[in-house]
Design a protein around this ligand. Structure first.
Ligand SMILES: [Zn+2]
Length: 190
């Protein structure tokens, strides 16, 4: 029955990610979950997709507004599909979680799998219909997990100009941790 704790850990991680999809699309605020179980490390990093195109954001908004004057729902739907596709391409260009985090070298963590997803933020508010969340999910194998004493999110703060805070939730074996990081305090102690 040794597999049961692992299953629970994975479920917890996904449940946390799901909750966030429902509640918190806030520009400048990103979310990360870190789950370490034995040699296996999972990191998911979620952020408003606007961060992928910070400097184009206003331009896009303008375009959408223009298109909205067309009366067809169909047209609007296509446009959202196009936007989703464009964002997915930008997201997939980030091919490793190491674009966001830095791990101690002597923990010897190798990334074995990366997933990307772009989700439209559900909202009744009309102004919010064109907002998306981007999620990068990474699975890593660490040969020396005991050396995993911290995770630095400095690369994320360097990459995204508008990033103010990252809320990190972690599960290390059975130990839970929760911390808010900023550009001046960007490292999570494990
Ligand atoms: Zn947004």
């Amino acid at each position: 029955m040794r597999y049961i704790p692992i299953a629970i850990t994975l479920i917890s991680s996904f449940a946390l990610a799901e909750q966030r999809h429902a509640s918190s699309h806030v520009h400048g605020l990103n979310h990360a979950t870190v789950v370490l179980e034995g040699n296996s490390l999972q990191i998911s990093y979620e952020f408003p997709a606007e961060q992928l195109s910070e400097h184009e954001h206003d331009e896009h908004k303008h375009d959408e507004h223009k298109h909205d004057e067309h009366k067809h729902d169909e047209h609007k739907h296509d446009e959202q599909g196009d936007k989703n596709h464009a964002l997915s391409e930008k997201l997939e260009a980030i091919d490793s979680v190491f674009a966001m985090v830095r791990l101690p070298k002597n923990a010897q963590c190798k990334e074995t799998k990366v997933t990307h997803s772009v989700t439209q933020v559900a909202s009744n508010d009309k102004e919010h219909t064109s907002h998306y969340d981007a999620l990068i999910g990474s699975t890593l194998e660490c040969s020396a997990p005991n050396n995993l004493t911290n995770i630095s999110f400095e690369p994320a703060f360097e990459r995204f100009n508008d990033l103010e805070k990252i809320e990190v939730e972690g599960l290390l074996g059975t130990r839970a941790l929760s911390e808010t990081l900023t550009a001046t305090s960007s490292s999570l102690a494990l």
